[in-house]
Design a protein around this ligand. Structure first.
Ligand SMILES: [Zn+2]
Length: 440
């Protein structure tokens, strides 16, 4: 007797954890019910995915949606709309908002705000401060919390714990993985007087040099070993850090950003001006090549966008007043697909980096793989579609992308979250049905 499903995805090439296969995926009650639906099975909704690849729902575990903060630049509704248009089924949002998410009251606000305002599923970071270590152990296990975030080097906002004693106190306050922005604050401040306002934007990579990043990462990892607390180093940007992290997989996971895999200094600063400035900086070809080598050899666990919008006025200020941070949540998947088509990685490795890895690192329940019983989260992609990324496609209110004018091959055709077709053919089809994710 034929089975009946809520949704059936037929004829697609699915990227399963154990390899590529043509699958007939049946979805019931938001979960994957089968990968082998029968020819006569029926469904409320049917997708013919001939000529498409079906990826496990892709996750951007590093975004700054500025909410609460400045809705003229970005917000949870607009940033998650950008995410689903770009093929993402979930984002994990950083805490350096205004006010910051650092205490039970601000966390409770965000937990309540996400349902009804987010178009995709959602993880929440808690910010570590110099004074909240006592509350972090409780807060890190609250609903929707993916991890603690600790800024050891200063960037947007005022969350900073730069000294070893403060970092160690945070590490001893809980047991789950902590995400670190590891640039060394002391070296950053020491070097600042060497440069003056109005110098070329490429000065950014001289000021925040490779040693700033490498020194900070070595400090964090030695504290991680000392305390036994696992660390996740976000936006690793130097050859030296990749080599060091490869020798410390027992205690640390790490992320590389799309920008560090796509742009190369100093050329990008000459072309983009302030629209190339981010922390840690886009660096020269030696570090770019090291990042791709670390993707190829498995040193890198995951890829994120570090989507961090600012107004055009803030980006166009002279260096170093230009605001550091670039938009990226909407362009992450198309540009990664272009990298796949260029032969830099396989589609299976991309699914590992962008779905399985964030689920594994942060312990997202029922996310990260196409398998029976898991959430029915899928990113359907057309590997042959060619398209040019333009500013007018970007729905983040800030309204710009550093990749405007870039032609890519490979494009997300549909975003499916717990069986809901949220985006298809560039159109958003549902209200904001996103919910906070459960983390173990
Ligand atoms: Zn960031």
């Amino acid at each position: 007797m034929p089975a009946h499903f809520d949704l059936l995805i037929r004829n697609g090439t699915a990227i399963l954890p154990w390899g590529e296969a043509t699958a007939a995926i049946g979805v019931r009650h938001g979960r994957i019910a089968t990968l082998q639906a029968g020819a006569s099975d029926t469904a409320e909704q049917m997708i013919d995915a001939s000529h498409l690849h079906v990826l496990p729902g892709l996750i951007d575990p590093h975004v700054h949606l500025r909410d609460p903060g400045n809705a003229a630049v970005e917000s949870i509704p607009t940033g998650t709309k950008a995410a689903v248009l770009g093929g993402l089924t979930a984002v994990f949002d950083m805490p350096n908002t205004s006010p910051a998410i650092t205490d039970p009251a601000s966390l409770a606000w965000k937990q309540a705000y996400v349902p009804g305002h987010s178009y995709c599923d959602f993880g929440i970071y808690i910010g570590a401060t110099k004074t909240n270590a006592g509350e972090l152990g409780q807060m890190e296990t609250a609903d929707g919390v993916c991890a603690i975030k600790l800024f050891a080097g200063s960037t947007t906002g005022d969350l900073l714990v730069e000294h070893d004693a403060g970092i160690e106190r945070v590490m001893r306050a809980g047991r789950r993985r902590i995400a670190f922005h590891s640039e060394d604050e002391y070296r950053l401040q020491d070097r600042r007087p060497m440069f003056s306002t109005g110098m070329p934007y490429a000065t950014h990579m001289e000021w925040r040099d490779a040693e700033c990043a490498a020194l900070g990462t070595r400090r964090i990892l030695s504290l991680a070993h000392k305390t036994g607390r696992p660390a996740h180093i976000v936006h690793v940007s130097t050859a030296e850090e990749f080599a060091y992290l490869a020798a410390h997989k027992d205690i640390a996971t790490c992320e590389v950003l799309l920008n560090h895999l796509t742009q190369i200094g100093p050329e990008c600063y000459e072309r983009l001006g302030g629209y190339a400035v981010m922390n840690p900086p886009i660096r020269d070809r030696r570090h770019y090549d090291a990042a791709w080598a670390a993707v190829a050899d498995g040193t890198v666990d995951n890829i994120g966008s570090d989507h961090a919008p600012h107004s055009r006025a803030a980006k166009e200020k002279p260096w170093p007043e230009t605001a550091a941070g670039l938009t990226g949540v909407q362009t992450l998947v198309p540009i990664m697909l272009d990298h796949v088509n260029a032969g830099r990685l396989s589609l299976s490795r991309m699914a590992d980096l962008m779905s399985a890895a964030p689920a594994r690192i942060f312990g997202a329940v029922n996310k990260g793989r196409i398998a029976t019983g898991y959430d029915a989260d899928f990113t359907l992609v057309d590997m042959k579609r060619r398209r040019t990324i333009e500013n007018d496609w970007i729905v983040t209110p800030a309204g710009w992308t550093p990749f405007a004018g870039m032609q890519v091959t490979g494009w997300p055709q549909a975003t499916i979250i717990r069986g809901n077709i949220v985006m298809q053919d560039d159109t958003i089809l549902t209200p904001p049905i996103g919910n906070i994710i459960r983390f173990r």
